[in-house]
Ligand binder design. Sequence first.
Ligand SMILES: *[C@@H]1O[C@H](CO)[C@@H](O)[C@H](O)[C@H]1NC(C)=O
Ligand SMILES: *[C@@H]1O[C@H](CO)[C@@H](O)[C@H](O)[C@H]1NC(C)=O
Ligand SMILES: *[C@@H]1O[C@H](CO)[C@@H](O)[C@H](O)[C@H]1NC(C)=O
Ligand SMILES: *[C@@H]1O[C@H](CO)[C@@H](O)[C@H](O)[C@H]1NC(C)=O
Length: 370
Amino acid sequence: MLRRYFCEFKSPTLLQRLRIATLFFLAFVFSYVLLNGALDSCQIRLPEYLLSSTDMLSSSLSFDSLSDRPDNSLETVLKKASMHDNTVILTTLNKAWANPDNSILDLFLASFKSSNQTSRLLNHLVIIALDQNAFAICKRLHTNCFALTTQGVDFSQEAYFMTPDYLKMMWRRIDFLRSVLEMGYNFLFTDADVMWFRDPFPHFYPDADFQIACDHYSGNSTDVETNIPNGGFSFVRSNVRSIEFYKYWYSSREVYPDMHDQDVLNNIKFDSIVTDINLKLRFLDTTYFGGFCEPSKDLNKVCTMHANCCVGLENKVHDLKIMLQDWNNFMGIPPSMRSELNLTWTPPINCSLALHRHLDLSEDIEQMMK
Ligand SMILES: *[C@@H]1O[C@H](CO)[C@@H](O)[C@H](O)[C@H]1NC(C)=O
Ligand SMILES: *[C@@H]1O[C@H](CO)[C@@H](O)[C@H](O)[C@H]1NC(C)=O
Ligand SMILES: *[C@@H]1O[C@H](CO)[C@@H](O)[C@H](O)[C@H]1NC(C)=O
Ligand SMILES: *[C@@H]1O[C@H](CO)[C@@H](O)[C@H](O)[C@H]1NC(C)=O
């Protein structure tokens, strides 16, 4: 989302705001673009046989009638996908991102298959489908799919920050991830526009509860003030601290009704919850977890690259294809020569052009980020 473009701006006031907001920001930024979906209180597990129905959200699909189908329950899906240490990889998907003609999902899955370090991780990936179409496409391409749909809300299209649907989605997502933690699963949340090239797990901090990738990494993995995190990629361990943290977040919805997340953020930013519960936060180095905002400078080290700092689905797909091609070219070089050649990424032309066009039209940068 637009907030991922923070690193592009050099305005001191903005950077100041960023610093202030950073800590809370990380909880709210989970994959804006992807999460066009959300929900209310009713979590529907959609069996495959119902997919032809045009009204999957009709009240006839009661929670009870579906939840007793064991193959579709969240517990079953997570259990099947989890690693020996109860870790799962989660991503969310809606119709717009699953569209076979121009698919972020195809690129995402292709990236996993582009290296034998990551292809095995596909077994641990659970795709959380936010609408009927995304669920059907997931079932065709992947084994671990879960339907998390929203009664009365259509999230199949690209959703935008600040809309009522967006708010519902945001809160529901926090609540959903909290429930995953409560079920005892650690999760690595990844947006589907993050390309996976190497196994990220060896690069996580063993002592952190909550670690998150950055649009801009300052060089200090513990510094809340100077890092600009991006919720499109985060690894959260299930424990009392992380669960408390997510609960606190979710509860702030009641404290600040009708506020969008930026406002909630500004209201809770001085809360001492993080210190009180002793949540251990870490920011991840862009050398390993890069993106269009701040590309990893070393293809010999990179684990993931995120299509952040990019406006528009088509531009994203266009530039991600080039990124995958860069990677495949790199993998085609004999291993002994890879480090000598100092290969770099092709600059993301369409993404940056679109971004700059977008920003030029804006009178107020802050408005743009919403
Ligand atoms: C693939 O994995 C094997 C071991 O499982 C390893 O020897 C080989 O170097 C890997 N290939 C690449 C391209 O990483
Ligand atoms: C990193 O940031 C933390 C928190 O701001 C600070 O305490 C620490 O001194 C910093 N480390 C370095 C090496 O600058
Ligand atoms: C790659 O970088 C190293 C060190 O920066 C340099 O010595 C070497 O000449 C470079 N190789 C090429 C092919 O540019
Ligand atoms: C990307 O940019 C190129 C060159 O500027 C242009 O020809 C092409 O149509 C663009 N593609 C998309 C998907 O916008």
